[in-house]
Design a protein around this ligand. Structure first.
Ligand SMILES: [Zn+2]
Length: 488
């Protein structure tokens, strides 16, 4: 009764009180709606986190190591997940290639952006892990307070899980991209890269892409205390090539030594290669990398980085960087002896001696150039040079403003002000095949971690749990930025 009296009293004082009341009701309804939608957002995020973890856990449990032929099983599992989320059968392509397989998932856009598709890369295979050497079972996702453990927990089942969960999430949200988004997961990146070659070179759907974003490299670096150092975008890879150098000799009885000897000749050649340094090289990207890294690292090494960035011809600076295994590769092509095989009996003169020399070539220099350079250095036409495998030369992918802006939108809310910089990988990923096929590729993992926590390929591979949860929106933000309807 009292409120009614109160209301009636108000009515006499303010004739439009009813309107005021209605307004108040509307405002509180609006508040309710906002809090309901915040709740719905929270439920949606929780569901996404659950799905991402479920996929992550499942794929780590499948030992997709070369020779075990389990990649097809992982492909089937992921394909089922995509189907369950609403992707049509004809948009999920499983490409068997013998004992392994590739998976392509086509998220069709409405074409309103009038732009070519974006490819999203990852690889499903992992490097072998010997269970007896691990502290935990490698092919099971386990955790303690700080880390998720398991083979592939970083390389690259983390990336594959995040991209898959993001596609599933966007589909469930009813998101219609303004251009096509296409997942292309390879099945033997760590070994032969046959599926990668097929994806990059033989699939018309993928060949038309404007660019590719790779989940298998890049990402944020943190100090041991969790402070962000930088976010790195992998924009180039050095060319990986291996040569076998062989010296031959008629041989004979070791009690009757001859003046020439295959082992001595090979050693002399290797000694020359050991002393040789390839010419210093740089690009806008590597100079910028050294400038920013130098400011962060400080000290004598940091000063050398900055001096190199200012003037790559500064011999003192490049010599200082050449002493650092982590940085020498960013200043030049490198070649190093990795294996040796010679002779056939302790009491026989060697009939042959072979050394394996592995090179990482600066983008823009051809394999043929490096081979002829090494032959000049060795200066012995008797030494045979054989190039192993089928090396892939790939260009630097020049950075684009739209991609960098999308990365910034995903990275800066988590780590405000952190420097985003491009770098060149001295190792190798699927990206080189796509770059080589003319598709610019940048690797932009969502994980921020301390480089000392990186155990990819090694023992007890792990990912910080914080990196997993903090990175859940990374791909959603990037894809909505690059293929959202606001781009029309
Ligand atoms: Zn990898």
């Amino acid at each position: 009764m009292i409120p009614q009296t109160w209301s009636a009293a108000l009515q006499t004082i303010y004739p439009n009180t009813r309107n005021l009341l209605i307004m108040r009701i509307l405002i509180s309804l609006l508040g309710l709606l906002i809090s309901l939608s915040a709740q719905a957002d929270e439920i949606e995020s929780t569901e996404h986190a659950k799905k991402a973890l479920e996929i992550y856990s499942k794929v780590v449990s499948i030992p997709t190591v070369a020779g075990r032929e389990r990649v097809p099983e992982m492909v089937e599992y992921l394909a089922d997940e995509f189907r369950a989320a609403g992707f049509a059968d004809q948009d999920i392509h499983i490409m068997p290639k013998g004992e392994t397989a590739a998976l392509v998932v086509h998220y069709k856009g409405d074409g309103s952006a009038n732009k070519k598709p974006i490819l999203l890369l990852g690889h499903m295979d992992v490097v072998e892990a010997l269970a007896k050497d691990w502290q935990r079972p490698p092919f099971k996702l386990t955790q303690d307070d700080t880390y998720f453990y398991g083979r592939g927990s970083i390389d690259n089942k983390y990336g594959v899980s995040m991209l898959s969960a993001t596609f599933i999430r966007l589909k469930k949200q009813g998101f219609v991209p303004s251009r096509d988004l296409i997942i292309a997961f390879s099945g033997d990146e760590e070994t032969g890269m046959k599926t990668t070659r097929m994806l990059a070179g033989e699939v018309p759907l993928l060949a038309n892409a404007e660019f590719a974003l790779n989940s298998d490299a890049g990402g944020g670096s943190l100090t041991a205390k969790g402070k962000a150092i930088s976010y790195r975008v992998q924009a180039a890879e050095k060319t990986y090539v291996t040569f076998e150098l062989t010296a031959r000799n008629p041989g004979g009885h070791s009690s009757r030594p001859r003046a020439d000897n295959a082992i001595y000749e090979l050693m002399a050649a290797l000694g020359k290669i050991q002393k040789y340094r390839f010419a210093v090289m740089s690009s806008d990207m590597t100079r910028n990398f050294f400038r920013i890294s130098g400011q962060q690292i400080g000290g004598g090494l940091g000063a050398a980085m900055i001096a190199f960035a200012d003037n790559p011809d500064n011999r003192q600076a490049s010599d200082r960087l050449a002493e650092e295994p982590s940085y020498v590769g960013t200043t030049r092509t490198t070649c190093i002896a990795t294996m040796l095989q010679a002779g056939h009996a302790e009491n026989a003169l060697p009939q042959s001696a072979t050394a394996t020399v592995n090179c990482r070539i600066f983008p823009g220099v051809s394999v043929a150039q490096v081979k002829s350079q090494l032959q000049t250095v060795v200066d012995n036409s008797e030494i045979e040079f054989v190039t192993l495998g089928d090396p892939v030369e790939s260009p630097i992918s020049a950075l684009r403003d739209d991609v960098m802006a999308a990365i910034s939108k995903a990275v800066h809310p988590r780590y405000p002000g952190v420097n985003i910089m491009a770098y060149m990988e001295s190792g190798g990923t699927d990206g080189m095949h796509f770059r080589s096929a003319g598709i610019p590729t940048w690797a932009v993992s969502g994980a921020f971690m301390n480089p000392n926590e990186m155990f990819a390929h090694g023992l007890n591979e792990r990912l910080p749990i914080k990196a997993f949860y903090d990175g859940l929106d990374h791909w959603t933000i990037i894809l909505k930025e690059l293929a959202g309807q606001q781009n029309n």
